[in-house]
Design a protein around this ligand. Sequence first.
Ligand code: BEZ
Ligand code: FE2
Length: 407
Amino acid sequence: MNILSAKWVITCDENNSIIENGAIVFSHKIIDIDTIENIQKKYPNEKIEEAEENSVLMPGLINSHVHLEFSANTTTLKYGNFLAWLNSVIKNRDTLIEKATQKLISTKLDRMKKTGTTTIGAISSYSFDLEPCVKSPINTVFFCEVIGSKADMADTLFADFKSRLEGAKQSTSKNFIPAVAIHSPYSVHPFLVRESLALAKEEELAVSTHFLESPEEFEWLHKDEGLFVDFFKNFLNQSKAVTKPIEFLTHFSNVKKLSFTHCVEASTDDFRKIKSLGAIINHCPTSNRVLNNSKLDLSKLEGIDFSIGTDGLSSNNSLSMFDELRTALMVHSNENIIELSQKLLKAATVNGSRALGLNKGVLEVQKDADIISFNLPDEIEDKEDLAMQIILHTKFVNKTIIGGVVA
Ligand code: BEZ
Ligand code: FE2
């Protein structure tokens, strides 16, 4: 049994409880959480170190959407327009993938840990990131991705997807959980969507998919028009989208652990459907900014919870969740900064846990003991500013605890 204490303990629970001078008792799960005074009374024989000045304890951050296989990109890819980016990914994919060695990916994971991330939703196209994820103390929900819009390729691609998923299952552990990613409505044939979802439902695997990431995707899916026309004609000899957005969403009924990434161009009907599916939206504000100059309209979510993802270094300059939270704070300039900050800390913890189907993200009895500790540079005058000051000032953490162990 371990006990940690801090000036501020942010629980991220339903009531947004913040305990001033709080302590957490934990082994691999959280055993108790209360004020230091009460914990001292309840555990008189346990030593509790005095809380450091301006210290904070909170749930470890959950990056619900990242592509580690693109970790080698810095300045190569084209930004500013989704199609220009997609073409540059296709052109440079082989070189970038080759440069993203297991050593490089492990270095990135280590830096993520130092910046407070305890869990990731890793979207894996080729399983080249499997070993670094298995070796890392960070919890990984490993989404084996299925892609391919051409009917005549569907069987081959499904076989390849199943073999990667089987490979991932061999490494299943408490902190490595295989899952299913469907690339997007424009790039996956309905046959592949149906078959991979049947598999996910049968085994209760988490599922995630990119959805309506750009205006070009909207035009293509709804009207078979726009910049995707040339792309599909040249690249795949196709003139029509394989599905409509609502039709696509309908496939996901009865998936219990479900998330949709981006949704910046989703319609009111799409949001209604996403809500009825009980899904979470993975919000990746930097990626949306650099690829499309767009952002998720938080006012349209109406009861849908969102989590935070960095996306890959293919569309970001950092995999730090604190960097991503600062971007979110700046991008949503129409929102009140204090309220948005509180919402964002929950997005980066408890909502991420829901997106990935885990028992984490809240400092509450019986939840997994994934905890980060760090210090603010100075005192907080007003408790309601805490979330905002944390997002503005935190770059690295002092301690990352995963499953009750210092990682
Ligand atoms: C495909 O494999 O069909 C595909 C891949 C990327 C973008 C669009 C389509
Ligand atoms: Fe992505």
